[in-house]
Ligand binder design. Structure first.
Ligand SMILES: Nc1ncnc2c1ncn2[C@@H]1O[C@H](COP(=O)(O)OP(=O)(O)OP(=O)(O)O)[C@@H](O)[C@H]1O
Ligand SMILES: N[C@@H](CCO)C(=O)O
Length: 318
């Protein structure tokens, strides 16, 4: 159960008076998710999601909430944050930062077809363009620096074979991040965690991207690689499905054409995106934050994907 901070309707009934949402009618804890405490909140004005942030601070959160507001105002389908009477998007609840955003319709599409991948690709490109004039800056906090800090912490838990893979890939990625091709890549705010469970669909209609709490400024191509590595793989083997890859990349390219530098960087970036989640899953498995932590995601899935991206040329970007 992903409710680390218990909250009841009485608590929220008082707290919500500062928001223009009328009375709180019902509150229901959301069982999925591993980062925050989430609740469906019904009010006199509609359906919302209340999030209590367990790990992110009052300093980090304005980037995410203001980015969502910026995108929502520009027609990108994302939850719209609700401000309180003082114009604040982040307000303490039980001493922790909390926010209210609009509830998206639909549900996650966990067995995506090319039509779903195309919708995600087009919306991702639209999101990158719409975010390019977003004024706040925050690095991707799960970027290269974090990988370098985390690698020595997880290495003692790995088999010799996996330790060798991790060291070699970090060496490769440090060199890649220093090369001219990498420096030529376009950058801006990216979602950085756009997995199947962070997008809603109503049938074939995409209704929104959510869970922006790993967003940060990074290369657009990294975001594309993270998304392809989740949406377009055979989950058992990590092998890319060419039909889904083509659908996603072609739809993205039609909205925001890829560059020659991005084409050159594509395979190393798919490896970087696999490494990022292999590392975070290893970290969560071997160095869990709290006793309450849910069953962590399986790191071996991204170890397989990383090995596969090293071994097999991916379909070109365009
Ligand atoms: N704006 C929203 N509209 C509709 N449902 C939402 C919204 N935000 C969150 N949810 C629901 O809450 C669940 C958990 O949310 P979320 O993925 O943001 O949690 P999390 O703790 O950050 O998890 P993780 O990082 O593991 O994905 C989602 O799977 C979704 O069902
Ligand atoms: N998408 C991440 C979880 C954090 O949102 C993973 O699958 O490891």
């Amino acid at each position: 159960m992903a409710v680390f901070t218990p909250v009841n309707l009485d608590d929220v009934s008082q707290w919500i008076k500062q928001f223009p949402l009328g009375k709180a009618l019902a509150l229901k804890g959301i069982a999925s998710g591993i980062e925050n405490s989430n609740f469906f909140l019904s009010t006199e004005h509609g359906e919302y999601v209340l999030t209590i942030f367990e790990n992110l601070s009052f300093e980090q959160l304005p980037f995410y909430l203001n980015l969502m507001r910026h995108l929502a105002e520009r027609g990108v389908l994302v939850p719209a944050p609700v401000a309180n009477e003082r114009g604040e998007l982040i307000v303490a609840l039980h001493g922790k930062p909390a926010s209210i955003v609009s509830k998206l319709e639909g549900s996650s599409q966990m067995a995506p077809q090319p039509v779903h991948c195309a919708a995600v690709g087009a919306m991702l490109a639209k999101m990158h363009l719409a975010a390019s004039d977003f004024p706040l800056q925050q690095p991707n906090l799960r970027g290269l620096d974090w990988w370098n800090e985390t690698t020595p912490q997880v290495l003692p838990f790995l088999s010799d074979d996996n330790a060798h893979l991790l060291r070699a890939e970090m060496h490769f990625q440090d060199a890649f991040a220093g090369c001219d091709t990498y420096r030529a890549l376009q950058r801006g705010p990216v979602h950085a965690d756009l997995f199947r469970n962070n997008v809603m669909f109503d049938g074939e209609r995409l209704t929104g991207f959510f869970d922006f709490y790993f967003a940060g400024c990074d290369t657009w191509l990294f975001d594309v690689a993270v998304t392809v590595n989740d949406w377009c793989v055979d989950l058992a083997s990590g092998v890319l499905d060419t039909g889904r890859v083509r659908a996603m990349l072609d739809a993205y390219h039609a909205v925001r054409p890829f560059t020659a530098a991005e084409q050159t960087a594509w395979q190393p970036m798919l490896r970087a995106a696999a490494l990022r989640f292999w590392l975070s899953r290893l970290y969560d498995l071997h160095l869990p934050r709290e006793a309450e932590m849910l069953t962590p995601h399986d790191p071996a899935h991204f170890e397989r994907i990383l090995r596969e991206r090293i071994a097999t040329p991916a379909p070109g970007l365009f």
